[in-house]
Design a protein around this ligand. Structure first.
Ligand SMILES: Cc1cc2nc3c(=O)[nH]c(=O)nc-3n(C[C@H](O)[C@H](O)[C@H](O)COP(=O)(O)O)c2cc1C
Length: 181
């Protein structure tokens, strides 16, 4: 798929074909795409936790306030920011950088999966402590996003977006524009 076609083809998928697995080769391709993402100082201050078992998927869904649709995704990829990785070099900015590193990698996962014909949904609504427990994430690290990846069982049309001149400004910030949500 052409890059801009892939951008347009990605939509949040909240219905997956039950029992459809994500091929190992596809998963590896997605993880390799993530690994090519930029990161602050190239430190890659994040980890990706691959969740495959039904039990752990259910526990993740529960931590995500009962978003059970993700249990039908073939695999869940949890992106965890590791603050300690960049703390030594970046001090106060380490947390911000690690969260950005994790978010960029998660974004790349969404588009790589789309390019492979898979559906994704970004899950950001969850109880931090509960999610950390389910994923075994220690103090000093923080789950940032869970990306559900699976065979789509729906074809949503694109959500509307704000007009460009509402999100892009020349030279200076002049307040949030909420014209076209
Ligand atoms: C930071 C963030 C958090 C999100 N959290 C959730 C979530 O918990 N559950 C969900 O179903 N979708 C979630 N989404 C998906 C958005 O609802 C979705 O991207 C948005 O409505 C635009 O639709 P589209 O992805 O189809 O373009 C999240 C997206 C982002 C970027």
């Amino acid at each position: 798929m052409d890059f801009f076609e892939t951008l347009k083809a990605r939509h949040s998928i909240r219905k997956y074909v039950e029992g459809a697995k994500v091929e190992e080769s596809a998963l590896t391709a997605i993880l390799e795409a993530c690994n090519a993402a930029p990161s602050a100082g190239n430190l890659q201050g994040y980890r990706i936790i691959v969740v495959r078992s039904d039990d752990q998927k259910s526990a993740v869904a529960e931590a995500a306030y009962g978003q059970t649709f993700i249990t039908n995704a073939g695999v869940l990829l949890a992106f965890v920011a590791d603050f300690s990785v960049s703390a030594e070099r970046y001090g106060d900015r380490a947390q911000l950088y690690a969260i950005q590193d994790a978010s960029i990698a998660a974004t790349v996962a969404c588009y790589a999966a789309t390019d492979l014909g898979l559906g994704t949904c970004w899950i950001g609504a969850f109880d931090d402590d509960q999610m950390a427990k389910v994923l075994g994430v220690p103090e000093g690290s923080r789950p940032v996003a869970v990306i559900a990846v699976g065979k789509p069982d729906q074809s949503p049309s694109g959500r509307s977006r704000r007009p460009l001149d509402d999100i892009a400004r020349e030279g200076k910030y002049d307040g949030p524009g909420f014209g076209g949500a």
